[in-house]
Design a binder for this molecule. Structure first.
Ligand code: HSE
Length: 404
């Protein structure tokens, strides 16, 4: 029997208990031994809940129990999760987490501690919910130089943008429904403003490029400025607006950003709707791959956590190498990257067109029936050149990058 302790009995923690109870036989068979939840740690009481009998409030109880081989950390936040995880690793326990805050802030330290103690720190559920992407990056795509990772990495924002486009819901109704369904973070600003996706692309990029990508270095824009009118223009251009978290290699430079983008119908990310997430990975040998699935929600996330528990159980006494060095990766300045942009201006007519063309050169105009404004698409230009021109534009409303 392999004893497990679950830290935190919230959405994901209760999901972990449910997954293990529902699929007990399958999981134990795949793990090679029976997986037993010995403790659940939470500050709260859960009268009448089956975990009542195994509920503890003091972490020391778990730490001191040498029969606990795997600690599942699903509390969220950096502290006390970090302290608890480090103590567990120090006591020779494996740690499995869904906590992207923890991994994005403390990943290399935790991996180092895991290696030193010949145990494992596993974090499949930290990016893309139930989608397998950490293990494929670390174990499968190891023959390639990774050229690009572009993901729809936040279920809440993808759900909101999809509902706005398909059902013509307003932003608030879509957000409220996402929260009710358990997709959103406790503070929805982390979803809406792109911070959650930013941490996830930092983790994926660190694994892909082997050095630490600091999420604080990643240019991040959320979806709070995206309007129904932007979505109408997108439809006219046979595009969808998606919150894209992306990093890509151009020669010796690595660029990374999180921003709403216009994704063309032909791109595989175009069809990723609702709470689904997808990670598009391009390697110099394998070409294009895409990993797709439920990016948020109790059971998909818990499924990924329990998958890590099985992996930890299979590797007791053996450290799985993770290629993520502590050394920081310096990202290239975003202003040197090249993009095409869609721009909206609150005026229409020859003078407006003349001004636009004098600033941006040749553009493609997009008009919506009955709307007194001008939409246009620029050619490929650096962010720096675009910003200089955009600053000089009169009556500008918005600008959105195209996904290359
Ligand atoms: N709030 C996150 C999302 C949860 O919506 O994707 C999964 O990380």
């Amino acid at each position: 029997m392999i004893n497990v302790a679950v830290l935190g009995y919230g959405t994901v923690g209760s999901g972990v208990v449910e997954v293990i109870n529902t699929n007990r036989e399958i999981i134990s068979k795949k793990a090679g031994d029976e997986i037993n939840i010995k403790y659940v740690l939470d500050l709260r009481e859960f009268p009448g809940d089956p975990v009542e009998k195994i509920l503890v409030h003091d972490y020391e109880t778990i730490l001191k129990d040498d029969s606990v081989k795997i600690v599942v950390e699903v509390m969220g936040g950096v502290e006390p999760a970090f302290t608890f995880a480090m103590k567990a690793l120090g006591r020779g326990k494996n740690v499995c987490t869904s906590n992207k805050e923890l991994v994005a802030n403390k990943g290399p330290e935790l991996l180092k501690a895991a290696k030193e103690n010949n145990v494992n720190f596993l974090f499949e559920a930290s990016c893309g919910g139930g989608i397998p992407i950490i293990r494929p990056l670390n174990s499968s795509l190891t023959a390639d130089e990774i050229l690009e990772i572009s993901g729809i990495l936040n279920g809440t924002t993808n759900y909101i943008l999809t509902q706005m486009a398909d059902c013509e819901w307003d932003f608030d109704k879509a957000l409220k429904t996402a929260q009710d369904k358990g997709y959103a973070e406790r503070n929805p600003e982390a979803d809406i403003e792109g911070y959650d996706a930013c941490r996830k692309i930092a983790i994926l990029s660190s694994l892909a490029y082997g050095k630490t990508v600091d999420y604080r270095d990643i240019y991040t824009e959320g979806i709070s400025a995206v309007t129904s009118m932007d979505i109408e223009y997108a439809k006219k251009m046979e595009c969808a607006i998606k919150l894209i978290a992306s990093s890509r290699r151009e020669k010796d430079n690595i660029y990374a950003l999180v921003t709403p983008m216009l994704v063309k119908k032909e791109h595989p990310l175009y069809s990723v709707n609702g709470v689904f997430n997808a990670v598009f990975v391009k390697g110099n040998m394998v070409g294009e791959t895409m990993f797709y699935g439920s990016g948020a929600g109790k059971l998909p996330t818990a499924s990924a956590v329990v998958g890590d528990v099985v992996d930890a159980a299979r590797h007791l006494g053996e450290h799985i190498e993770v290629s993520w060095e502590d050394e920081k990766l310096t990202l290239a300045e975003e202003e040197n990257s090249e993009n095409r942009y869609f721009v909206r201006v609150g005026a229409k007519g020859d003078d407006t067109d003349k001004k636009i063309e004098s600033l941006f050169g040749s553009v493609e105009y997009i008009f919506l029936d009955g709307i007194k404004e001008t939409g246009f698409v620029t050619g490929n230009m650096t962010e720096k050149k675009f910003n200089e021109a955009y600053d000089r534009l009169d009556e500008k409303i918005t600008r959105i990058r195209f996904k290359a």
